[in-house]
Design a protein around this ligand. Structure first.
Ligand SMILES: Nc1ncnc2c1ncn2[C@@H]1O[C@H](COP(=O)(O)OP(=O)(O)OP(=O)(O)O)[C@@H](O)[C@H]1O
Ligand SMILES: [Mg+2]
Length: 262
């Protein structure tokens, strides 16, 4: 379980998130982190990953205060996939996932052997086993993003932080990856926080949603309750409808802009 309370995050003197508290995020939940550009989603994820010092507040994972944990302790339990695509190093896909697995296996409490079959099986589950021997710096943007996901998942974290991990993926892989993340999250009781701009994906695949605006909480709860005409108007300045399709799945439809940007 992840508890975030009274969080304040700043870059220098500029406060981005002020006094953010969330209802506890339970293990086994795939949580969508939503909000407009510049609202503080990546800043929040960086802080949860320990890459940005908390100005105030607490982040507690399964009773362990992350701000007081060592880098090694945190690395063992928390995995963060940044918004930018992984650097293009001249390493084969399989080797790069092996390096990621070793990083976790070498952490103090994790003496588990690295099983190469496990890596191949994960690549297969992600639909990229055919890329195992390809070089990272010769992959397409979407292929690199899938390898980034493999590097994150092989580490079996308790808290998985994914910043727009679908941004370079086609429709088929978006659906496939969300299915896989949901399975992994439920099966291994992870807490997975995923930043998304596609609200229909959040409605369809996520168990819970947190919507922020201007560094403050706008709504939290089941995606069906968080994503509604009111919050979409408040957060994004759009006139929106949520319609149920013939299969009963909720879909966001945008009728227009309430507040044009220009
Ligand atoms: N390293 C930094 N130094 C100073 N200000 C920053 C830095 N990174 C982000 N900011 C500012 O913090 C605010 C929140 O940025 P953040 O990247 O968290 O937004 P976001 O919600 O992830 O947006 P997006 O959807 O565009 O990725 C923005 O106003 C941004 O300009
Ligand atoms: Mg961001």
């Amino acid at each position: 379980m992840l508890d975030v309370s009274n969080l304040q995050l700043s870059y220098g003197k500029r406060t981005i998130i002020s006094d953010l508290s969330l209802a506890p995020l339970k293990n086994g939940q795939l949580v969508a982190l939503l909000g407009p550009n510049g609202s503080g989603k990546s800043t929040l994820l960086k802080a949860l990953a320990g890459l940005l010092k908390l100005s105030k507040g607490e982040v507690v994972l399964d009773g362990q205060n992350l701000a007081r944990s060592s880098f090694e302790q945190r690395a063992q339990h928390v995995v963060y996939l940044p918004q930018s695509l992984p650097a293009s190093v001249h390493l084969r896909v399989f080797e790069s996932v092996l390096v990621a697995a070793k990083a976790s296996a070498l952490a103090p409490d994790n003496s588990g052997q690295i099983n190469e079959d496990e890596i191949l099986s994960l690549l297969k589950r992600l639909g990229i086993e055919h890329l195992a021997l390809h070089y990272l710096d010769q992959l397409s943007g979407g292929q690199k993003q899938l390898v980034g996901l493999a590097q994150a998942l092989i580490r079996r974290p308790r808290l998985l932080l994914l910043d727009e991990p679908l941004s370079a993926l086609d429709l088929n892989y978006q659906f496939h990856v969300m299915d896989l993340l949901r399975q992994e999250t439920h099966e291994h009781q992870l807490t997975t926080l995923i930043v998304l701009h596609d609200l229909n994906i959040a409605l369809r695949h996520c168990d819970y949603a947190v919507m922020i605006k201007g560094g403050g909480l706008l709504a939290e709860g089941e995606p069906n309750n968080v994503i509604n005409a009111q919050t979409l108007g408040d957060a994004y300045g759009v006139s929106a409808r949520i319609e149920s399709c013939s299969k009963g799945i909720h879909q966001v439809l945008i009728d227009g802009l309430r507040k044009p940007i220009l």
